[in-house]
Design a protein around this ligand. Structure first.
Ligand SMILES: [Zn+2]
Length: 120
């Protein structure tokens, strides 16, 4: 089993991913399009936070179901818990020694089409 190590920019938050990393996606929701990160989606049990829990901040918006985590020191998005309970995603740019070329073509997730609560 392949293991990838990742970290935020300042190194306070570190994590490990088990399994192969193959398909990168972008999402066009109002949050992700601002972040601009390429994400890899996976199952929750493939992700292990290895340090920095105290430095993680959580951002929730709209339906509050997805949990978006970022380092409170350097501001880098590291991972998120998806709407589906057992789903996670992480920022592929955080992974050490990761060759972006193996991702091939980056997919697009239409997050903007997911249910949005009308706050009017
Ligand atoms: Zn950091």
């Amino acid at each position: 089993m392949t293991t990838h190590k990742g970290s935020c920019h300042c190194g306070a938050v570190t994590f490990e991913i088990s399994g192969n990393v193959e398909k990168g996606v972008r999402c066009d929701c109002s949050l992700c399009k601002r972040k601009g990160a390429i994400m890899v989606l996976m199952e929750k049990d493939q992700f292990t936070l290895t340090s920095g829990e105290d430095n993680l901040s959580l951002y929730e918006w709209n339906s509050q179901v997805a949990k978006h985590y970022f380092c409170k020191l350097c501001g880098i998005y590291t991972h998120h818990k998806r709407r589906r309970d057992d789903g996670m995603g992480f920022n592929v740019g955080c992974v050490d020694d990761f060759n972006m070329e193996i991702l091939g073509e980056i997919g697009l997730v239409s997050g903007s089409k997911l249910s949005i609560i009308d706050e009017a």
